[in-house]
Design a binder for this molecule. Structure first.
Ligand code: GAR
Length: 207
């Protein structure tokens, strides 16, 4: 993680708008934050997330699944390029693919993912829509350490967000994302500066 001489090295993976990435880039501008985004990767081209990285002068890479013969080969190539940046932490910030065994063998437990629901509720790619359809009154966002399941890993941080009567999926997801960005910036900064310890699924800041 961060030392007196250098900030923690973070690689961020994205698939879309990259507003969570942008929040991390902005936080890293303050040396006291203790982290630096050294590279941004994606599973698709021409997305705003990659454009945000380029505008910030951060190296980017893309690994598209259709360009590989098997999912394992895609996963291995993704792991290799991420590892080549020597990250202290990998942040999946709206990365809409499951990373595989090879990726986790190379990089776990240094991989965290932000999810727009209160885990273990509503895993997968449609968390806000599933929460709305279920009729919950409170949902939110979760930062967790990635394991082999779908949004099942040890929980680093959560933030709760109310569901309003007139919400549609977009309005609810936007409200979640505002809270999510604050949670992500806070928790990633603490991981960078303090490290984390995981005991029987319970995550604590500090080493
Ligand atoms: C975020 O809400 C993130 O939690 C979600 O995608 C959004 C990305 O927003 N991720 C998932 O649903 C993963 N299962 P962004 O591209 O603006 O950061």
């Amino acid at each position: 993680m961060a030392t007196a001489n250098r900030p923690a090295r973070i690689v961020v993976l994205v698939s879309g708008a990259g507003t969570n990435l942008q929040a991390l880039i902005d936080a890293c501008a303050d040396p006291a934050y203790g982290a630096e985004v050294v590279a941004v990767g994606a599973d698709r081209e021409a997305i705003e997330g990659l454009a945000r990285a380029e505008r910030a002068g951060i190296e980017t890479f893309t690994r598209r699944l259709p360009e590989f013969a098997t999912r394992e080969e895609w996963d291995r190539s993704l792991a290799e390029v991420v590892a080549s940046h020597e990250p202290d932490l990998v942040v999946l910030a709206g990365f809409m693919k499951l990373v595989g065994e090879g990726f986790l063998a190379a990089l776990a437990p240094r991989v965290v993912n932000t999810h727009p629901a209160l885990c273990p509720s509503f895993p997968g790619t449609t968390g806000p829509a599933d929460a709305l359809a279920h009729g919950v009154k409170v949902t939110g966002a979760t930062l967790f350490v990635v394991d082999g399941g779908v949004d099942t890993g040890p929980i680093v941080a959560q933030v709760a967000v109310p569901v309003e009567d007139d919400d549609d999926v977009e309005a609810l997801h936007e409200r979640i994302k505002v809270a999510e960005r604050g949670m992500l910036v806070d928790a990633v900064g603490r991981i960078a500066r303090e490290g984390i310890t995981i005991t029987n699924r319970k995550v604590r800041f500090g080493s």
